[in-house]
Design a protein around this ligand. Structure first.
Ligand code: A2P
Length: 378
């Protein structure tokens, strides 16, 4: 059956242009009323009152940068490495969807959106309490398991040697898989099994027994790579002073404009340890501030990309894996696109990030009532 565009449409009444003009001329006659003018002025004032704070709010969140001067077309920009190679030989995607703080009921859709946008790396943890929904979304995607990179983390309550495999099995079962690509010691802190946040001083001081157990689980085929998270240099050296069968594949730490940790980055590169950047945008607490940094906005304008893309690209260009979290479809898509920032802009951003006292978003030391600062003040 053929279908014509005009079908189903009613013709609009034709406007008699001449009559309309005559009418408007009649209105423009000498007996002008002041009311239309007043009404117009009133409307303009209302629009300005409503729009000025809105625009200010949007701009302060960094969503809209006013660009002056020539803008580049982002399609002409070089791409950054999409993967890194780990000591095991495995290839890990450089950008992941982070699911910390992605709540139940929204994390599944975020994962589905990410997978259809092209993400193949999901960074999760047992303690995020959303692994089941993440697993369901992965299953629904029908993407072959071997094409995905799944990371989880051993929570602080499960360091007792007999608990480690059980904790891993729980994550495997919730994610609906029989192996993890990467399993991390979530914190260099071991809690006692029972009793909230009561620390097990021996295991906290010496994570080697936990590491040995993780090595066994690699040999059993349940984990492909093992690593650490939130370890500072002293704690890494404390662990690697032991005779390890497998060296840590990565160290996942907070890295962003406010806490760029250049010394840790330099040391890690010199020692062949890949860093993963969590809270790269400064987390929900600092994201607005991060996207409003003048250098970030200037580079975004110049390159024709968004402020978030500048920060995420900068992270990859620094040689780290980056784990931006979002549950907003458009942002999830946006965050996967990383571009090479011209060297002088990259250095300017690096310098700007290092030119203020470091400011962490995440430090649970006092919340956990630790008798020490987990980062040793670094
Ligand atoms: P949402 O999840 O509501 O989209 P981080 O990755 O540093 O932890 O930052 C996460 C925060 O940044 C969340 O509040 C997230 O909001 C927000 N966010 C993620 N991507 C973007 C983006 N491209 N533009 C603006 N905000 C973003």
């Amino acid at each position: 059956m053929s279908f014509s565009f005009s079908q189903g449409y009613k013709q609009l009444p034709t406007v008699d242009k001449d009559a309309g003009e005559q009418e408007s001329l009649r209105r423009k006659g000498p007996r002008k009323s002041i009311f239309p003018l007043l009404r117009l002025t009133f409307a303009v004032i209302i629009i300005m009152c409503v729009s000025v704070p809105c625009v200010r709010m949007i701009r302060s969140r960094g969503f809209w940068a006013t660009c002056h001067g020539a803008q580049r077309n982002s399609s002409t920009l070089a791409k950054l490495p999409s993967h890194y190679t780990l000591p095991s030989g495995d290839s890990i995607p450089s950008v992941a969807l982070g699911v910390w703080q992605a709540s139940k009921g929204e994390v599944g859709n975020a994962v589905k959106t990410a997978l259809s946008a092209g993400y193949r790396h999901i960074d999760g943890a047992w303690i995020y309490r959303n692994e089941e929904e993440v697993g369901q979304a992965i299953k629904a995607s029908s993407i072959p398991r071997e094409e995905l990179w799944l990371t989880s983390k051993l929570w602080n309550n499960f360091h007792a040697p007999e608990d480690i495999e059980t904790a891993l099995d729980q994550s495997l079962s919730m994610l609906g898989t029989d192996y993890l690509d990467l399993y991390l010691i979530h914190w260099p802190v071991a809690f006692k099994k029972e009793g909230n946040n009561v620390i097990d001083e021996d295991l906290t001081a010496d994570p080697y027994p936990t590491w040995q157990k993780l090595e066994e689980l690699v040999d059993k085929g349940k984990i492909r790579n093992i690593g650490i998270s939130n370890f500072n240099i002293r704690r890494i050296q404390n662990l690697t002073a032991n005779k390890l069968k497998y060296q840590p594949a990565v160290n996942q730490v907070e890295l962003n404009f406010w806490n760029p940790q250049p010394e840790l980055l330099k040391w890690s590169k010199e020692n062949g340890l890949l860093l993963e950047a969590y809270s790269p945008l400064g987390s929900d607490k600092q994201v607005g501030k991060s996207l409003s940094v003048p250098e970030v906005k200037d580079i975004a304008c110049k390159l024709g990309i968004t402020p978030a893309q500048v920060i995420i690209s900068w992270s990859v260009q620094r040689g780290t894996i980056v784990l931006p979290k979002s549950v907003t479809p458009s942002r999830i898509v946006e965050n996967l696109e990383v571009f090479k920032i011209p060297q002088e802009d990259f250095e300017m951003l690096e310098q700007a990030a290092a030119s203020h006292p470091p400011q962490r978003v995440v430090n649970p030391s006092s919340g956990w009532k630790l008798p020490f600062d987990v980062f040793d003040g670094q």
